[in-house]
Unconditional design. Sequence first.
Length: 599
Amino acid sequence: MYISNLKLWNFRKFGGNDFDLEKPHLNLNFNKGLNVLIGENDSGKSAILDAIKLVLKTHSYEWIKVQHEDFYNDSERLRIEILFKDLKDEEAAHFIEWLSEETYETEDGILINKPYLKINYDISRKIIDEYIAPTDITGGSGNIGNPLTAEAREYLKTTYLKPLRDAKSELIPKRNSRLAQILQSHETFINDEEHLLLSHFIKFNLDVENYFNGKDSEGNTIEDQNGLKLKEKLNKLVSSFNFDNMETKFSVGSNSLKSILETLGLNIVNETNPGLGTLNRLFMATELLHLNKNDWSGLRLGLIEELEAHLHPQAQMRVIESLQNEKEIQLILTTHSPNICSKIKLENLILCDSGKVFSLAPGCTKLNKKDYIFLEKFLDVTKSNLFFSKGVIFVEGWAEEILLPSLAAAMKKQRIINKTLTEAGISIVNIGNIGFTHYSKIFLRKNKNELINTPVAIITDSDVKRYKKIKDKDTDNYIKISDDEYKEKTKEKIAELSKILNDQNVKSFIAPEWTLEYSLFNSTSFKKEFCNTLKEVHPKIDINKAEKELAKKLIKSSLKKTEIAYILAQKLDEETITIEKDDVSIKYLTEAIRYVIND
């Protein structure tokens, strides 16, 4: 069994002014295996995990109850609804009186019935009295249902790993340690009265008691009598406290399997003082051992917040690869790590944005099968930053990636905009001339009623050449095409690209000139410094024929674009370039910046 769907009404940031059971404020489908919640801070990731564990509770017996802070604003009612599907017979047996059935048609046209379980947690409060009414968790196909028994709820408990978890504390010997809880519930220790480990411990306990009596296991006097002397001194002290005829007894603990397991710690061989990262991985492996136990016929669900806690990037990638291979358990994780996102299949990601959630599974986005395959190869660590931003700018090369942050900073200094790209939380993603639509369709939804709010800008060249190369005998000649021809071709190309790229929250910003560099050359803001930089980077050109020299370099693909962009970015940082508001040649750049920072 697994969680197929979660619905929330007025829980934390998922709420509204109305309460309609037909219109939940969150309606989220989960995959059977791995699900990874991503997005910027305060986007609702933790709220989703908290809602699940609030209803299901956890195997580690944490104290969890509804607080006033769980209600959306001043609402007086919240509701959490969880749907479980794919129940095996032995799992369904625990929930007979709460099960419902739905009919499926097989590929052969045969109708079959499959059970499902829906449980609800519907809570009311009185704000004036600061009173939250006690409420049962109910199950059934209707909106109310019947209360679940304590036994049934035991089979719905989840494993939860909190953020910044103290793995060291959970793996050392102590009363009710998480390690002891996991081991005690494992099939290895089910027969707790006749377990071999118990007999070993009883013998060890007797040996300890004998030592403090000055004897060996056979009752013979031993050479070391220090233990007996210590005990005799303690007996005298105890007697002086009015404990007449009472004798002390040293022991390791009670002769029960539970107390034995609480004396166990877990570590790595030859690691005398392992770091937090090692212990965290060891702790997660232990929890997976618990979820994979053979004799369990309940829910196998792991909730992990901030999977990357205490793990360096390479370790993060190893861990997530391992978790993706888990077939028998469902995992719902949160992460802020681009390293982890770069290793996860796109269909396993769930994007949280401004109190809304968007599954990136096939059928939810406008990505097709080839796009998913493509992105699995090319969505690397750097590009995965797009999942954690408030806005995204896609560019096709290093020049734009280098220049744009400095341009935005200069615009802020000159009071054209109010924020830099960093302050606005914007990611610049360099796709390297591979194809914008592969990436932009991540943000495009099949269902137009659930649009993503994240602004996505695509900055690209029109790529209509201002010059053409003509061979004149043995000399290469470069001729400027007419203004009318150039303008007409550019207009057609911009219209063509706009039709392909513009959709929903994705908007294209296309250079009005041939390329970025040609636009900068024609820019009233950049022209002087661009020409100086062009001469600096390419000292052999005739600067008096700068436009033609630039065109030749562009046609031959010999222009050092990255180096030019770097120098111009420095000049922007040094405030030697003034951005003119009516500069039409770079308006596509400034408008793209305005769009993503919502200025």
